[in-house]
Design a protein around this ligand. Structure first.
Ligand SMILES: [Mg+2]
Length: 219
C-alpha cells in the first residue's frame, strides 16, 4: 500500500518546455569553463565524461577538482530570478490535493531553489518534507543514503513509497533499494524503458488506483 509519494522537483513538477533546467545547465557550463580554464564545450565534455560516477556536477567538482566554495556555486547556478518564467499551476495543485497519499520532494538542488519553484507553481503546503542536497551532505540521488534519508524522514518504507523522477538513473537508484520508482518521460525519450513510466503526473491517479506491489513490478 502506497503511503507516500516522493517527487523529484525539476522537470517533474513542471514541464521541461519552460527551459528552467536548460538555463541551470547553461550557468553550470559557463561556471565550469571559467573554473577549469577551458572552453564551455570542453567543460561540458569533461562533465559528461565523469558525471556517471556522481549524482551531481558539484559532487564531481568537490571530489576530483578540489572545489569547495559550495555556497558561491549555489548562488551562481540558482539566481533569485531563476524561476520567474514559471506560471502557477492550479490544476496540478488540485490534482495533488485529490491524492490521499502524503507527498514529499527529493531534489538534488538546494532548498532555496525548491522553495522558489514551489512558490511559483502555487504548491505551498502540499509537501510534508523537502529533502534537498545540503541535507544530503551534497550526496544526492542516486546514492542510497539520499533515498534512505527520505524514507526515514517520511516514516515510510521503500515499499510504501512511490518515487517519481524524470532521470532514469535516479529512478533505478530507488528501485535498487526495493523502492517503487516510476519514470516521468514527458517526451517519450526512453521508449524502451523497462520499468513503469508516465508522460504526465495526472497518470499517477490511475496508477495509484490500480496499485499493488505485483502491478507496479510487472507493468
Ligand atoms: Mg528532474
Amino acid at each position: 500500500m502506497i503511503q507516500y509519494i516522493l517527487f523529484d522537483l525539476d522537470n517533474t513538477l513542471y514541464s521541461a518546455r519552460y527551459g528552467l533546467e536548460d538555463n541551470v545547465h547553461r550557468r553550470i557550463r559557463d561556471f565550469l569553463a571559467a573554473y577549469l580554464g577551458v572552453s564551455p564545450e570542453e567543460a561540458w565534455r569533461q562533465r559528461a565524461e565523469r558525471l556517471h560516477d556522481y549524482g551531481t556536477t558539484l559532487e564531481w567538482l568537490n571530489a576530483e577538482r578540489g572545489f569547495t566554495d559550495i555556497e558561491a556555486y549555489f548562488a551562481l547556478v540558482h539566481p533569485e530570478d531563476e524561476a520567474d518564467a514559471l506560471p502557477p499551476d492550479p490544476a496540478l495543485r488540485a490534482f495533488l490535493e485529490s491524492l490521499s497519499q502524503a507527498k514529499a520532494i527529493l531534489t538534488n538542488s538546494p532548498r532555496e531553489h525548491a522553495d522558489r519553484i514551489i512558490g511559483k507553481l502555487g504548491l505551498s503546503g502540499i509537501f510534508t518534507h523537502i529533502f534537498d542536497i545540503r541535507g544530503n551532505d551534497l550526496k544526492g540521488k542516486p546514492h542510497p543514503e539520499a533515498f534512505f534519508r527520505a524514507f526515514d524522514g517520511m516514516g515510510a518504507s521503500p515499499g510504501e513509497t512511490l518515487f517519481i523522477d524524470d532521470t532514469p538513473a535516479y529512478v533505478e537508484g530507488c528501485r535498487a533499494l526495493g523502492g517503487q520508482g516510476v519514470l516521468l518521460d514527458e517526451y517519450d525519450a526512453w521508449p524502451d524503458y523497462r520499468y513503469p513510466k508516465i508522460r504526465d503526473l495526472r497518470e499517477l491517479g490511475e496508477m495509484l488506483g490500480r496499485f499493488s506491489g505485483a502491478f507496479i513490478d510487472t507493468v
